[in-house]
Write a new protein. Structure first.
Length: 389
């Protein structure tokens, strides 16, 4: 491929010499696992989020698991969540021996529908639902206040899957636990990693213990001071190995410093896409609110205006050198969940409709203006060629 037709990947981390220098400092310090650098990363997240507690973990999946465990979710419980998400959201429910109770998404977006949550609570009765797990898809904040009060009235905990969010002042009370992801493709990345934030002191204390083998808090604190006295600890529960090492914490600190600039860049790309596709008769642009992290840019095709389906459109655009993705094939259409819970595609009509019609464009700070133009022109040309008149 010549230079101007090089393949544009769907996602790409935005790193510079600053990240390299930060990692090198940790490598040369003699202390590479969890220690003062990760503690500094956590402190910065508490500063940004305004939450009382921030706990660094080695993935959002680990963080979500810790949050469910600390909320008392256990064998046989029901946890309401969306089918329109990555499998991590639901698999952690199964880790606890509990069952996901999927409810459909909103008709005008990709987030879980509060109306459907209310219906599920009514159907299964108060007290049967241990937790509600909304997901902020693509960085679009869900209808949080409504969900918090529905859960409160049902006596259920709220664990927010914020894997697509960028750390922001979101938590205003102690009713929820929110988990960020720093996976390779996310708004900020440490390669693998996550952060749990909450104002709930009791849950934070349990998660702190369970994050590192169930070692009692005091020993953990001493361990943080470069291992001194770390032989003298007690195990208070069979915990997990979910801590984030300093090598990755160092990446997180630099990424956080750049977070505002990276968000601005994603916003400007989204604006360019919105402007370009608003008048394209074959496509529908995504809903976006002012506080969206703009992690994903999900376009929907209008099926009766095209002679080809979503799959063929995605193949043609990909063959033209643009990396695309589909968010998501819903979980109730994955073989494990469909067979375990006897679910049919039509059980969640909005999730099914969105799945069949949507695809995601690249949106990351390192995209150049030329690349953005190429993406726009390729999508528009492909739609034009296959439009139904
Ligand atoms: C919606 C959602 N939840 C959870 C996760 C899990 O994040 P992690 O890879 O940090 O465990 C992802 C990752 O892709 C995700 O997209």
């Amino acid at each position: 491929m010549s230079r101007n037709t090089e393949f544009i990947p769907f996602a790409k981390p935005s790193f510079s010499e600053e990240e390299e220098a930060a990692v090198l400092r940790v490598l040369r310090s003699g202390w590479i696992t969890t220690g003062s650098v990760t503690a500094d990363f956590e402190n910065r997240i508490t500063g940004i989020s305004g939450a009382a507690h921030a706990l660094a973990v080695n993935s959002a999946t680990s963080g979500l698991h810790l949050a469910l465990e600390a909320s008392g979710v256990s064998e046989g419980d029901l946890v309401i969540t969306s089918p329109y998400t990555f499998t991590a959201t639901a698999e952690v429910i199964r880790y606890c021996g509990a069952h996901p109770l999927f409810v459909d998404i909103e008709d005008d977006g990709y987030n879980i529908s509060p109306r459907e949550i209310a219906r599920a609570i009514k159907k299964h009765g108060n007290g049967r639902i241990a937790a509600v797990m909304p997901v902020h898809i693509g960085g679009e904040v869900c209808r949080r206040e409504e969900i918090l009060s529905l859960a409160e009235s049902a006596g259920a905990a709220v664990i927010e899957d914020g894997a697509h969010l960028q750390p922001a002042p979101l938590l205003t009370d102690s009713r929820s636990i929110l988990v960020y992801s720093f996976y390779a493709t996310k708004c900020l990345t440490t390669g693998e990693g996550g952060m749990v934030v909450t104002n709930n002191d009791e849950a934070a204390s349990r998660m702190r213990t369970m994050r590192f083998h169930g070692i009692d808090r005091e020993a953990w604190d001493r361990y943080k001071v470069k291992g001194s006295g770390s032989w003298n600890y007690d195990i208070v529960a069979p915990g997990f190995k979910y801590n984030l090492p300093d090598i990755l914490g160092a990446l997180g600190i630099v990424q956080l410093d750049k977070a505002c600039g990276m968000l601005e860049k994603r916003r400007s790309i989204a604006e360019a896409y919105d402007n370009a596709f608003a008048s394209c008769g074959q496509l529908k642009t995504p809903p976006a609110s002012a506080d969206s992290s703009r992690h994903l840019y999900i376009l929907q095709i209008i099926p009766d205006r095209l002679t080809i389906g979503r799959d063929e459109l995605v193949s043609l655009i990909t063959e033209s050198g643009i990396g695309l993705s589909v968010h998501y094939r819903p979980l109730h259409m994955m073989s494990y969940y469909s067979s375990k819970y006897n679910l049919k595609p039509q059980d969640y009509p909005e999730a099914l409709k969105k799945f069949e019609t949507s695809f995601s464009l690249p949106i990351y700070p390192d995209l150049t203006d030329d690349e953005i133009s190429r993406i726009i022109n390729t999508v528009l040309d492909t739609c034009r060629k296959h439009r139904r008149d």
